[in-house]
Ligand binder design. Sequence first.
Ligand SMILES: [Zn+2]
Length: 296
Amino acid sequence: MPRVARELEGVALIRMRKGIFKWNNMNAVGSNLHCLVTLRCTLHIGKAAEITRIKKPMESIKTRGLVLKEYEAGESDKRLLLLCKEHGRMMIYARGARKPKSKFMASAQLFTYSDFVLTAGRGFHALAQAQVIESFYGLRTDYDALTAAHLVVEVCEKTLLEDTQCDELLLLALKALGYLNKQKLPPLQVASVFFIRFFAYYGLAPETQGCTVCGEIADTEMYISAEGLICRIHKPGYGIRLSQAGVYALRHILGRELTGAFLFNARDDVIKELWETSQMLWRCHFDWKLKTTEFI
Ligand SMILES: [Zn+2]
């Protein structure tokens, strides 16, 4: 089943088994969520839709990027999966990065955010220069923070698009890693905010003002579904019970600018509600599991 990965100005970016495709014909079906659901149902049957792979000619570039994943390659090299400013997801080759005296030693580490100069190779970019901006070293000293950080990069790695700007999501990931690195907020709170804002970024934020069925604004006994808050009369089978504090926290996360969205004080049980909400949203919108959630 194809999934809508992102909708931009009438163009849908759609994740299918064989990669990410751009569907130019979004205006024909409109652009609200209801139509996106229709799109999911129809696209895999008919190939009538105008589907094209996005491909740009390769050129040397300067960019800033976050290392989402590192792979060993050759005797002393690495392949790095980056989330780059303006370029989105990129796989690059870092020659000699595993040598102890390599100039890429620091910048070719997981979670590191650096300035990069990349030269165009045969079918890939190779690392030519790198300067670390932030290593998020503190993540390595706390198991829960490290697990949440792995979750952040796994979400980016599995959902982001090549050759497509994802700067807002890069900023969201950097904010989350920054708060995890400082270790002043509970890691589960940071991870929950990251997920909920991630869905807001894709236009899939739940409605939080009142019951999505009847519109009633009641804060005493509310449930949350993928569409939004639901009163006790209309609660669906898969809805999660939210306390009043949980409702307020959810409104805070979705209503504030990015930095403020992470900053609030909540009891552990409220953070747990937010975490369960974030995972319910994941199950409703994606049909694969994140490996890292098993360790949370
Ligand atoms: Zn209702």
